[in-house]
Design a protein around this ligand. Structure first.
Ligand code: PMP
Length: 427
């Protein structure tokens, strides 16, 4: 694999940007190497500046569920750009996207568009605090909710990879209001509410943890969260930035049949453009400015390009046949990878939720952050580089989910499984 041009660009980038990147995990630090610089992408493939082609299971960390540069999205974007890139005023497009999101997420009675997942979770927490007039927040180990100050405690994603439980620059007084609990642990949750229930504004979680690989919730755990938060009048927030339109059309809440009070979205609803959103019960959303006293705003919020790409994406996802097709692709990959590991005589744990997945190099059942950390990250590193050399691009960290798209073909899956078998055999 030739990477001369990527290496040269990386050297230059290092002189201009911290770590040479604009977001930490991109730097390949967790796998001990230099990042690839990307030139273009189409369908299921991504191409680096040296002309190497890879089957892409990162998909810009989840948004590109239709694959890269889907013709309908490209067409909508071209049309939108001709009409101007931003107005800072309401548009009919925003109404259309709001309606499409509501159709998939009936728990969202009213919605506010923002520009990233981080903005969505940060705003939802402010709203929950404003609504309940309480300060404390409960989060779960391994869940990442963007780089919100008060939530950078036991977060997954880059935090998990780098072993930074707390970021520098976050005052202790901010995280003092955050209580961190183990995921899937009903007893710990109940005990905490017994003691602090009346001080807690909200409970926020990734209903399937995608920022620690792919950790599934126990159905009873989600049910207990719903039941107890209702009892103590705590706002239950599902951070579905990653799981939204990925675990199912209606996200994890539809799949597990649990209705949160607020939902955070991002990634897929922007079709690959910068976007985020939060929404939920009318009664709570009426606290958002200008209707209510919780301030939140954005120069580019509801941006016509992002909204246009989102509308096209959600229109295609709204077709019944789409998820059947996605499910078939994912099932094919799941069976192939499990079989490859078995044939190669290597013990792995494979988890999947809709179109998200993760392979852990452990014999332990992964149910929370602690068990996820039993995965052999040295083996993962070798797996990552072995797959890359064979033309398969997976996230450069054990603690990230993999994603498939509608553009992944039978041939892509077969090539991926063949590569995985070869690499598994070497581990
Ligand atoms: N919440 C979750 C569950 C996420 O996965 C992410 C990003 N990976 C975020 C929030 C933050 O989103 P963004 O990077 O768009 O700020």
């Amino acid at each position: 694999m030739k990477t001369k041009k990527s290496q040269k660009l990386y050297k230059k980038a290092l002189t201009l940007m911290p770590g040479g990147v604009n977001s930490p995990v991109r730097a390949f630090k967790a796998v001990g190497g230099n990042p690839l610089f990307i030139a273009k992408a189409k369908g299921s493939k991504i191409y680096d500046v040296d002309g190497n082609e890879y089957i892409d299971y990162v998909l810009s960390w989840g948004p590109l569920i239709l694959g890269h540069a889907h013709p309908a999205v490209v067409k909508a974007l071209k049309k939108a750009v001709e009409r101007g890139t931003s107005y800072g005023a309401p548009t009919e497009l925003e109404i259309e996207l709001a309606k499409l999101v509501k159709k998939a997420f009936p728990s969202i009675e009213k919605i506010r568009m923002v520009n990233s997942g981080t903005e969505a979770t940060m705003s939802a927490i402010r709203l929950a605090r404003g609504f309940t007039k309480r300060d404390k927040v409960i989060k779960f180990e391994g869940c990442y909710h963007g780089h919100v100050d008060g939530l950078l405690v036991s977060a997954g994603s880059g935090g998990a990879t780098f072993g930074i439980p707390d970021s520098l620059g976050v005052p202790v007084s901010y995280t003092k209001e955050t209580i961190v609990l183990p995921f899937n642990d009903i007893e710990a949750f109940r005990a905490t509410l017994k003691e602090h229930g009346k001080e807690i504004a909200c409970v926020i979680l990734e209903p399937v943890i995608g920022n620690m690989g792919c950790i599934l919730p126990r159905q009873e755990f989600l049910e207990a969260l719903r039941e107890e938060t209702e009892k103590y009048e705590i706002v239950l927030i599902f951070d579905e930035v990653m799981t939204g339109f990925r675990v199912s059309f209606g996200g994890a809440q539809s799949y597990f049949g649990i209705k949160p009070d607020l939902t955070c979205l991002g990634k897929v609803i922007g079709g690959g453009l910068p976007v985020g959103a939060y929404g939920g019960k009318k009664e709570i959303m009426s606290f958002v400015a200008p209707e209510g006293g919780v301030y939140q705003a954005g120069t580019l919020s509801g941006n016509p390009l992002a909204v246009s790409a989102g509308i096209e994406t959600l229109k295609i996802l709204s077709k019944a046949s789409t998820y059947k097709k996605l499910d078939k692709i994912m099932q094919h990959l799941e069976e192939g990878l499990k079989d490859a590991a078995k044939r190669a005589g290597i013990k792995v744990k494979f988890y999947r939720a809709g179109t998200m997945f993760c392979t852990y190099f452990t014999e332990t059942d992964v149910i929370d952050a602690r068990t996820a950390k039993t995965s052999d990250t040295e083996k993962f590193k070798k797996f990552f580089w072995g797959m890359l050399e064979r033309g398969v691009y997976i996230a450069p960290s054990q603690f990230e989910a993999g994603f498939i798209s509608l553009a992944h073909t039978q041939k892509d899956i077969e090539k991926t499984v063949k590569a995985a078998y070869e690499v598994f055999k070497k581990l």
